[in-house]
Design a protein around this ligand. Structure first.
Ligand SMILES: [Fe+2]
Ligand SMILES: [Fe+2]
Length: 323
């Protein structure tokens, strides 16, 4: 005799087999499809962290909008920071399809319980930081995110396609800021080099810990969320930077960096993982400031949310009256 419990097990087995087949055949998993609980949880964690990173990432650059050196630079920077807000919104929407609310995610962020990319906890003391962030941080983001366009979860992959197009504009505008500074005075060249010195190592750390210390990577690759290992992506990024640094006339601040003909890869110096984990734990130079700013913005925006909800309520009421 079959009990109801047995039946649901049979159903789960079938569902699991369908899921495995979709993933194996490079088909997309959509919100309507059954998915393993661990897959759903992994995606919620990854997509919400990604969304938070886009939103918090607006702050280090937002810092320079009022002080941009020209009207043209101001317009470009404003557009860039606004793009990051859009990225956050696409990603929050993608995460919502997995059964978590936007309110919950926002609360986790402002309560300091959610993670976001550590790199946004560093300060932006000079205009050259806008160049270094665009070139290095958005550059690392592209290398990380292009493979995510093929992520097995449909809403995530589709959000990434649009985001990547905008990220390549971000990277170019950063490169162009640095290029102009490098063609300027000695002081401007020093400012550009100093900014690259400060952002280079944290941008390499954006790819996450080395492969042998990245326990969740294998499962994510099996699920085809992740396509390449952290170290492989880091190599690809450095390979992209080296010729661009040459054009800029900027030195990448790693004396051990050189192309190894035998391995066909770049040898590089050791990333300071202690610092990385320290910033991740909340002890970076700007962690507290970033969260506080986000919390204040959320509180100050309460009236907008209330007004929008009230408007929606009235519209729904009117629609009912007409019907
Ligand atoms: Fe972005
Ligand atoms: Fe960006």
């Amino acid at each position: 005799m079959t009990s109801p419990t047995d039946l649901s097990l049979v159903e789960d087995d079938d569902a699991q087999a369908r899921f495995d087949e979709l993933v194996a055949h490079e088909q997309r998993i959509e919100p309507r499809d059954w998915m393993p609980e661990a897959y759903r949880k992994t995606l919620i964690r990854q997509i919400s962290q990604h969304a938070h990173s886009e939103i918090i990432g607006m702050q280090p650059e937002g810092n320079w909008i009022t002080r941009a050196p020209s009207l043209k630079r101001k317009a470009i920077l404003m557009a860039k920071v606004q793009d990051e807000a859009g990225h956050g919104l696409y990603l929050y929407s993608a995460a919502q399809t997995l059964g978590i609310t936007r309110d919950t995610m926002t609360q986790q962020l402002i309560d300091g319980k959610a993670k976001y990319s550590s790199i946004f906890n560093y300060p932006t003391p000079t205009w050259a930081d806008m160049g270094a962030i665009g070139w290095l941080v958005d550059g690392a983001a592209i290398v990380n995110q292009v493979p995510l366009c093929r992520a097995s979860y449909g809403p995530y992959g589709r959000a990434m396609v649009r985001i990547c197009k905008e990220e390549s504009f971000h990277q170019r505008q950063g490169f162009e800021i640095l290029l102009q500074l490098m063609q300027g005075t000695d002081e401007q060249r020093e400012m550009a080099q100093d900014a690259v010195n400060r952002w280079y190592w944290p941008s390499l750390a954006m790819f996450g810990p080395p492969d042998d210390e990245s326990p969740n990577s294998a499962q994510s690759m099996k699920w085809k969320i992740k396509r390449f290992s952290n170290d492989a992506l880091r190599q690809r990024f450095v390979g992209m930077l080296v010729p661009q640094a040459e054009i800029l006339g900027i030195t990448l601040p790693d004396p051990e960096l050189r192309y190894n003909e035998e391995t066909g890869a770049y040898d590089m110096g050791e990333i300071d993982w202690d610092e990385f984990y320290e910033v991740l734990r909340g002890n970076g130079p700007c962690n507290a400031e970033r969260i506080e700013r986000r919390r204040t913005a959320h509180e100050e925006g309460a009236w907008v949310r209330e007004a929008a909800a009230e408007y929606a309520r009235k519209q729904a009421l009117r629609a009912k009256e007409v019907a």
